[in-house]
Design a protein around this ligand. Structure first.
Ligand code: WT7
Length: 633
């Protein structure tokens, strides 16, 4: 292994050994040395009170102010627009000034410590500025994925009780314009009188004009220009929420995962450094949208806390030409490139000669996240993009874990293709059988985590009971991840995918209940089931079975598929539109009336036999019927 990495197997061993021997001392030291505190914590973990509970700090001061004395002129952000000559660079000093001005604008809008601010933006620098500005004044940001529909936005704005919304006039995609402001207006209209939103701040991404509602909406730019660039950061308790981020689970309603300040930031900084072998000269590019946790931890917080230079790219991987991403890497000398298996597979399908046209020699570390990476994609990434010399870190984690949990550590851990490898220091994964019994050695089972780690979510917004039942009740004494995994005799992990009713399409988590809830609005459908099946590019594809009410006329039934696609698009978002919709007379059920998803998945995959014992079904005759319907396409 190359000696140019920060860690060696020996120094890594000191870390893993240290945290095993005395986690309290280990994390207190990490918390102290990674972050600046307005009051240093005297304890790391307190069962009752949480991580670093008696410490106070500000996340934005940790990402910006502390770097100013020595690295104020260092580039914090390189923003590459879709057009080649559209580049913006901000130093840490400039970013700090903009964040302070933005924070003052938020204060002028009446945002106070503890309030929620929703952010719905395309890939512009203002996204990160807005997040940092919230953190600076102790408000929680709620970043909403750009692909959400108006209804999805409305649900989340309502649940969070956001008082201010930050959006854009439009997003840019080639010549196309994505109507952010119009979508937000529609969302707020849906909320009507119940809306808690007092102000809508609009980033002018282009010159396009959008209607502004007097008294509520304002263009951001003039407000920023008029605002003071002095804004003292609020000293927050380490366990105060830093943000909420909505994610999908087994229940239909999206859950607002709440992350704290001190623990989360320690974890983001620690994992960013270890996993990506962070060095000061790095140009770090994580392709994730800030609407997902990856964008929070590895665009906004981890790298900035570590004083890194990050790259943001407004455009698509292969737009306007294939190879656009590789061109960006070559142009800006990107050293660390973190993306998803779906993107890797799509780029791989364009052929090897496209990346071959670009100089990718600046790359040092490659990363993958969001879904299991297959052997072929891993190898292609390693060989063709990394030239065989860059470690590929397959990072397994979740919105709830705050940062990477199982991952290769460059220089320290030996890679194995397509394996997330070993748990990071301080992470204690266990594999359980169906009954919840721990499995030893080489085994395959349900992935749970024992004990706590600094990045663990605090709760679900407005629903701590759901937090407890979702994560700690299925296997008492363990944190339940919802994933299955295999472990080899050397302790290496291979994640096999979700074992619950969550479908992972292109790394986007979609709850089957979320889809079924949306479909339930269609009166002519009595029942539906959404399942995930393997998909070459997306990892999983979404398949929906619908059961129309009896006695519908043919024309109505024929229109149902389109209605399903439409309602998912409006209630959830375009990203959740199914590959296929099958109209069926019934769903396979157990005698107690539960849908048998396992069967529906197999049948949707085209399997016609090997279903095991069907005699426990209430309606076994439906099985050949489904096989026939799926077979006809
Ligand atoms: C789910 C979490 C982690 C940030 C992005 C997604 C799947 C995530 C991997 C990986 C296999 C992975 C899991 C997990 N997942 N990373 N490296 N290998 N599966 O965050 O939206 O909270 O989704 O994504 O199924 O539970 P998320």
């Amino acid at each position: 292994m190359s000696s140019s990495f920060c860690l060696t197997p020996q120094t890594y061993h000191v870390l893993t050994d240290g945290v095993r021997r005395d986690p309290e001392e280990f994390w207190l030291k990490e918390g102290h040395r990674r972050l600046v505190w307005s009051r240093e914590p005297t304890r790391a973990m307190d069962q009752e009170k949480g991580w670093f509970a008696d410490g106070t700090l500000n996340a934005s001061a940790n990402c910006l102010d502390r770097h100013l004395p020595e690295h104020g002129e260092k580039t914090a952000i390189i923003w590459q627009g879709e057009e080649a000559d559209h580049v913006i660079r901000l130093t840490y000093r400039e970013l700090h000034a903009r964040v302070c001005a933005f924070a003052n604008v938020l204060r002028d809008c009446g945002v106070k410590r503890g309030d929620r601010v929703a952010i719905h933006l395309p890939c512009v620098i203002e996204g990160i500025i807005a997040m940092q500005a919230c953190a600076r004044i102790g408000a929680m940001h709620v970043v909403l994925f750009g692909g959400f529909s108006a209804e999805a936005i409305a649900d989340r704005v309502a649940d969070s009780g956001a008082v201010v919304v930050v959006t854009a006039n439009v997003g840019r995609r080639g010549a196309k314009r994505i109507p952010y402001k119009t979508t937000m207006d529609a969302a707020l209209r849906l909320l009507g009188d119940k809306s808690t939103v007092r102000h809508v701040l609009v980033v002018g991404v282009t010159e396009d004009e959008v209607p502004l509602e007097a008294g509520r909406d304002a263009l951001l730019e003039p407000l920023l220009r008029a605002a003071s660039m002095d804004c003292a950061p609020e000293a927050m308790n380490a366990t105060d929420p830093l943000f909420l981020l909505y994610t999908s689970g087994s229940t239909g309603k999206p859950k607002g995962i709440v992350h704290g300040t001190g623990g989360y930031l320690t974890w983001a900084s620690f994992t960013h450094q270890l996993v990506f072998d962070h060095q000061p000269s790095d140009i770090f590019w994580c392709t994730a949208d800030i609407g997902w946790i990856t964008g929070h931890s590895y665009v906004a917080y981890g790298p900035l806390a570590n004083g890194a230079t990050i790259l943001l790219f407004e455009g698509m991987p292969s737009h306007p030409t294939p190879g656009r991403w590789w061109e960006v890497i070559a142009k800006h000398g990107v050293t660390t490139f973190y993306t998803s298996p779906t993107a890797i597979r799509a780029l791989m399908s364009e052929g090897d000669e496209i990346p071959g046209r670009y100089d990718l020699s600046s790359l040092r570390v490659l990363g993958s996240v969001g879904e299991p990476i297959n052997h072929e994609a891993w190898t292609w990434f390693h060989e063709v993009i990394g030239g065989g010399r860059c470690p590929v870190v397959d990072t397994w984690w979740q919105t709830e874990t705050g940062g990477a949990m199982i991952s290769l550590v460059p220089g320290a851990v030996e890679a194995r293709p397509a394996s997330a490898t070993l748990p990071l220091p301080g992470v204690n994964p266990v594999l359980l059988d169906e009954k919840g019994q721990p499995l030893e050695g080489a085994a395959e089972g349900i992935l749970c985590i024992d004990g706590s780690w600094p990045g663990c979510a605090l709760t679900i917004w407005n629903d701590d009971a759901l937090f407890q039942t979702t994560y700690f009740k299925p296997y008492p004494g363990h944190y339940f991840t919802g994933d299955g995994a295999r472990r080899d005799e050397d302790g290496y992990f291979w994640i096999t995918g979700r074992v619950d009713d969550v479908i992972n399409v292109s790394g986007h988590r979609i709850g089957s209940a979320e889809i079924e809830d949306a479909i339930s609005e269609i009166h002519d459908i009595s029942e539906s089931a959404a399942v995930g099946i393997p998909h070459d590019l997306k990892g999983q594809g979404l398949i929906v079975y619908i059961v129309p009410h009896e006695g519908l006329d043919k024309a109505v039934t024929a229109g149902l598929k389109d209605q399903v696609v439409r309602i998912i698009g409006t209630k959830v978002g375009r990203y959740a539109v199914p590959e296929k919709v099958f109209v069926v007379p019934d769903l396979p059920k157990t005698r107690s009336g539960k849908n048998v998803r396992r069967l529906m998945r197999k049948i949707a995959c085209g399997e016609t036999e090997g279903f095991g014992d069907l005699s426990t079904l209430a309606n076994p005759a439906i099985v050949p019927e489904l096989i026939r319907i799926v077979g006809e396409g």
